[in-house]
Design a protein around this ligand. Structure first.
Ligand code: HEC
Length: 146
């Protein structure tokens, strides 16, 4: 006999969910990084058609949890981009298809080489996990700086 979902179980699940939301559990970003304040668009008019399509996928998928300015103004080595997209795929509760991930990686690597590498000083290196944790602690409102 299969166990039936009781009203009690439903109520329990709802309560747990409410608590998770109330305590700020979310895969979304709740902090502002320096690179979030830069431009949110790339002029891709001169990019090959394939990469213009990839740019659309990037805009659709990578804007779910934070501003697009974040990846657009971060510089990384190409192999790091490939790894980083993997990390974002893992973080996402909404599945990101392998095909989308591949397109996005191709876009980020091309854009890195054609645009970002020309003027890296205008952009931002990725923050370390330690830096990110500091920003998260500040966002929690612990010990305001005087
Ligand atoms: C499920 C939510 C989610 C999605 C989808 C997502 N991100 Fe993120 N991203 C985060 C979180 C969370 C952080 C970590 C910092 C923070 O807590 O805000 C982050 C950080 C970053 C950073 C900053 C890294 C650093 O250390 O400075 C970059 C760049 C980035 N994401 C790029 C992307 C790209 C490219 C995509 C699309 C493939 C993407 N993100 C999709 C949640 C997401």
């Amino acid at each position: 006999m299969r166990p039936r979902t009781t009203l009690f179980q439903v109520a329990l699940a709802l309560t747990a969910f409410t608590f998770l939301v109330a305590y700020g559990w979310s895969p979304k970003s709740r902090i502002v990084l320096p690179q979030d304040k830069g431009p949110e668009k790339v002029d891709v008019a001169d990019y090959p058609q394939e990469l213009q399509d990839a740019y659309k996928t990037f805009r659709r998928v990578c804007s779910r949890c934070h501003t697009l300015a974040r990846p657009i103004n971060t510089t990384m080595r190409p192999d790091y981009w490939a790894r980083y997209v993997g990390i974002m795929v893992d973080k996402s509760p909404e599945p990101i298809s392998a095909q989308d991930a591949l397109q996005i990686t191709q876009f980020l690597i091309y854009d890195q080489q054609i645009r970002k590498d020309k003027d890296p000083a205008a952009l931002f290196p990725p923050l370390t996990e330690e830096d990110l944790q500091k920003l998260r602690d500040q966002a929690q409102g612990s010990a305001p700086k005087s």
